[in-house]
Each structure stands twice: as structure tokens, then as C-alpha cells.
Design a protein around this ligand. Structure first.
Ligand code: DXP
Ligand SMILES: NCC(=O)COP(=O)(O)O
Length: 239
């Protein structure tokens, strides 16, 4: 079965809502690892809406599993990655106005440029993963640019409204995974996975790691609320 990369972006989303110091994603990463996370994933967005440069720098020093840095394939981000040296980089598409990453990165349309970016990072010892839709042309292009991994975008599967369309999207992921492995790529997946829809994706043959964030942080808020309120009552009483 695949390992679990815990995406802690939305711990930082809560912090940035107040521009304060809590909750600290660095502390969240420690707790996630203590609970069994196999890796920590953060997306340093160009607009810095959640994760900040300081977080990535500190995580580089504290993460004991592996640190996966999701980023746009820009000069600024490549320079940051080369400086911080995460355990691997996942190149993702970014649009400033989007609520979350909407589709996969277009590799086929920019093979020459992305070959250079992949080569720059991998020559510095940072394996590259490409966050793509499970589409034949994108998988073939990912092999062409010599990335070590792809991460299949599971958003369409996660958002499917009925069983038939979910099964159809699952089969797209299964075929994509098969094709990628046959092309020499290693395969991860993620986006929109939840406690309810994760198992069929985890069961795909050859799947190595699932990156999951929003559902875990959402659950943490709810399962932790009772204790947090109790502790505040005690603090008010001076205990
Ligand atoms: C690339 C990806 O699927 C996730 O890491 C996602 O981008 C999380 O960050 P946002 O919620 O800011 O989109
Ligand atoms: N790359 C996907 C990821 O890191 C987590 O996405 P989500 O679970 O927050 O939707």
C-alpha cells in the first residue's frame, strides 16, 4: 500500500488568517510524523497565501521523514528549492485567483522549458515529481522531460458526483498509473482525497505515495475542539 505524505498547508492557512504565529506548521509537521506520516508536503505558493519561506526553511531542519516541496516551475521557486534542498520537489501549475490547484501541469506544451527545470533540480540531487492529470500525452511528456515521479491529480475522481462517474475516474487513474510505470516513472497521487474516497486510490497497483492535506486538517480541527475548549475553561480558572 502507498505511504502517506501529510500536506500541512492549511495549518498555515489558519495562521495567515490572523497573520499571527499560531498554529505553527512546523509544530504540526512534528505531530504528523509522530502519528505516522511518512512525509510532509507543503506548497509554497507564489502569493504566499499559506506556507511562508520561513516555514520551508525550518521544516528542512526539523522534518525527519521527507520534505516534499510543491511549487510552480518559476525562476524564483527553483532558486528557493536549490537553496533549501527539499527531499523532492513537485512541480504544480498555479493561477493566482484559483481557490486550489485546478488541473494538472501542462508538460506536453512546454517540454523544452520543463526539461531544463527538471535537469537543474535533479542535477542538484533533488528528484522531481510532476503534478499532472492522468492523460496519455502528459504522462509521455513527463517521461520525456526525465522526471523521476509523477503525482496524479485525483481532483476529478474526488469531485465525481455519483458512483458511475467516480468509477470512471478511478479507471482513468488506474490506466494512468500503469502507463506511467511502463514509461519508467514512479507514481504518487493526491488532491481532494478524503477518509471516504481514499481506499480505491490507495489500492491502485504501483501507487507509491498519497499526498493528503485538507481532509486531515479539517478532521483535526473537529476532533481537537473538545479538548481545546476544556483547556481554555481551565486557563480561565487559572489552572
Ligand atoms: C498541488 C496540490 O494539489 C495541493 O498541494 C494543493 O495545491 C494544496 O494547496 P492549495 O490548497 O493552496 O491549493
Ligand atoms: N498534492 C496534493 C496535496 O498535497 C494535498 O491536497 P489536498 O488533500 O489538500 O486536496
Amino acid at each position: 500500500m502507498p505511504t502517506l505524505g501529510v500536506n500541512i498547508d492549511h495549518v498555515a492557512t489558519i495562521r495567515q488568517a490572523r497573520r499571527t504565529v499560531e498554529p505553527d506548521p512546523v509544530a504540526a509537521a512534528v505531530l504528523a510524523e509522530l502519528a505516522g506520516a511518512d512525509g510532509i508536503t507543503v506548497h509554497l505558493r507564489e502569493d504566499r497565501r499559506h506556507i511562508q519561506d520561513r516555514d520551508v526553511r525550518l521544516l528542512r531542519q526539523t522534518v525527519r521523514t521527507h520534505l516534499n516541496l510543491e511549487m510552480a516551475a518559476t525562476d524564483e521557486m527553483v532558486a528557493i528549492a536549490l537553496d533549501i534542498k527539499p527531499d523532492y520537489v513537485t512541480l504544480v501549475p498555479e493561477r493566482r485567483e484559483e481557490v486550489t490547484t485546478e488541473g494538472g501541469l501542462d508538460i506536453a506544451g512546454q517540454v523544452d522549458r520543463l526539461s531544463l527545470v527538471v535537469d537543474k533540480l535533479q542535477s542538484a540531487g533533488i528528484p522531481v515529481s510532476l503534478f499532472i492529470d492522468a492523460d496519455e500525452a502528459q504522462i509521455a511528456a513527463s517521461a520525456k522531460v526525465k522526471a523521476k515521479f509523477i503525482e496524479l491529480h485525483t481532483g476529478k475522481y474526488a469531485e465525481a458526483h455519483d458512483e458511475a462517474s467516480r468509477e470512471k475516474e478511478l479507471q482513468v487513474l488506474v490506466k494512468g498509473c500503469e502507463m506511467a510505470i511502463a514509461s519508467g516513472l514512479r507514481v504518487n497521487a493526491g488532491h481532494g482525497l478524503t477518509y471516504w474516497n481514499v481506499y480505491p486510490v490507495a489500492a491502485i497497483k504501483g501507487m507509491e505515495e498519497l499526498n493528503i492535506g485538507h481532509t486531515i486538517i479539517s478532521r483535526a480541527v473537529l476532533v481537537g475542539l473538545e479538548r481545546a475548549v476544556r483547556e481554555m475553561k481551565e486557563a480561565i480558572l487559572g489552572h
